[in-house]
Design a protein around this ligand. Sequence first.
Ligand code: PLP
Length: 379
Amino acid sequence: MSDSFESQRLTERYITPLFDRSLLLVAGKGCTVWDTEGRSYLDLVGGIAVCSTGHCHPAVVAAIQNQASRLIHCSNNFFIPGQGQLGERLASITGLSHVFLTNSGTEATEAALKLARVRTGKKQFIAFEDGFHGRTSGSLACTYKPQIREPFGPFATDCTFLPYGDAEELNKAISDTTAAVLIEPVQGEAGVLLPPPGFLAEVREICTDTGALMMADEIQTGMGRTGTWLACEHEGVTPDIITLAKGIGSGFPVGAMVAGKDLAFAPGEHGGTYNGGPLACAAALASIDVIESLMPFVREKEALFAKGLSEFHPRTRGLMIGITVGDRCPEVRDRCQKEGVLVNCTGHGIIRMLPPLVITKEEISFATSVISEAIHEIR
Ligand SMILES: *Cc1c(COP(=O)(O)O)cnc(C)c1O
């Protein structure tokens, strides 16, 4: 019995059946992953914007191995190696002051919601249609997609959804009882939906005028993904709270909620056993150095994707790329996989690509030709 067959059988028997999957991946290097049969694939899923430094980047591997051999865990009752250094880097990247480290994106959202409530004394939140902020109860209350949210309501978090990109609607809905406005600078899970130019700056201004906090969910768009540390930088906007995860640790689970100078938790208001552990800090610090060296080339790589796929009118912001192909999206994905390229389908029939930032020109050229052919075949 092959490894792959046995793994698949046990997974289907014992693991709660949430995901539709077809490949068992066992190794990765750079932008390439391998299955059990030794077949290689060019990975444009990138662990959903997680594997920014590529698979198993030697500097990240060394940092994790090194730390694992010294101290794996100790508890936040003690100072933790690397935690302060990571805090300093994230404060400098965001221009904000207080860092709370998490183990995932949804935990960063939860921390942001709690912080906004406890520091403003207000309970109401505004988020946007098609937005995604996580799947635990607070973040889910602010995640738009009715099929994933509605079965779990009513929620303790009061959130209203407005059309993404409509400043006038925001002006009407916001009030002095609004604690915060949650916004993705580019809607990632929705399929790389870009805000109209100027929208983020308008949201910033409206929040400032009404005293609501602006919370930017940069979990997918942040950490160099769009060619700058943060996607908000494209409009020169500084939010009050920024959430990060995905790309920050190259696959080691780590996230962060970073907030402005008057926005710190007081002792006892929040916490977590694993948050900001030694391995997470080591992985993140090593990843940040690698990302810093890759960021200057992101826009150039974006342009190659945009050119190679121009006939399909891709939406791009750095190395977030979306193409609307319609109902037959899964067929396009499967055809690409057969030809050795991994992409993913999001809602609204969109092919989404979030490749490692280490992707090369040659790899982009191969990827765009395979994807183009796959889209032509279904048309
Ligand atoms: C992935 C994602 C989240 C949730 O992160 P998890 O680590 O899956 O909990 C939240 N917001 C955005 C924009 C995301 O892309």
